[in-house]
Design a protein around this ligand. Structure first.
Ligand code: THU
Length: 136
C-alpha cells in the first residue's frame, strides 16, 4: 500500500456512495443499474449512475456520469473510483469508461462491488494498461 492509497474507511464510504446512487439509475431498457463514486484528492466524492435513452446508443454509463459531475465542480484528478452493480461477480467497467477515467487518473484505485460481499480491488492501469494520450 503506497501513500496515495485511500484508507479502508474512505474506500468503504466510496463503495457506500456507489451503492446508494445506483438506486437512481435510469435503465428502462436493460434493467441493469450501475452506480459509480469518484474520490477527489481533497476527499470530496462525486457520484453518477447510468442514464439510458430511447435512442439506445445515447446511454451514458455511471462512471462517465460521475466524471462529468466531478469535472463540472472543477476537479481534474481522481484518486479512486468505486463501481457498484448487483451481479454476484462484480462487473468490470466498459472500455469506454476505462479510457475516460484514465484521463483523470491513469493509475487510480478501483473497487468493484456486486450484490454480495465480494469486492475486487485493482488499479486503472491494470484494467487499461495503455490508454490513448497525445503523448507522454
Ligand atoms: N453500464 C455502465 O453504467 N457502466 C459500465 O461500465 C458498463 C455498462 C451501463 C450501460 C447500460 O445502461 C447498462 O449498464 C447495460 O449495459
Amino acid at each position: 500500500m503506497d501513500a496515495s492509497t485511500p484508507s479502508d474507511d474512505v474506500l468503504r464510504e466510496l463503495v457506500a456512495a456507489a451503492r446508494a446512487v445506483r438506486a437512481n439509475a435510469y435503465a428502462p431498457a436493460s434493467r441493469f443499474q450501475v452506480g459509480a463514486a469518484l474520490l477527489a484528492p481533497d476527499g470530496r466524492i462525486f457520484v453518477g449512475c447510468n442514464v439510458e435513452n430511447a435512442s439506445y446508443g445515447l446511454t451514458i454509463c455511471a462512471e462517465r456520469a460521475a466524471v462529468c459531475a466531478g469535472v463540472a465542480a472543477g476537479v481534474r484528478a481522481f484518486a479512486a473510483v468505486a463501481i457498484a452493480t448487483d451481479l454476484p461477480d462484480p462487473a468490470r467497467p466498459c472500455g469506454a469508461c476505462r479510457q475516460v477515467l484514465a484521463e483523470f487518473g491513469a493509475a487510480m484505485h478501483v473497487v468493484l462491488v456486486g450484490a454480495g460481499d465480494a469486492r475486487v480491488a485493482t488499479t486503472l492501469d491494470v484494467l487499461l494498461p495503455q490508454p490513448f494520450t497525445f503523448g507522454s
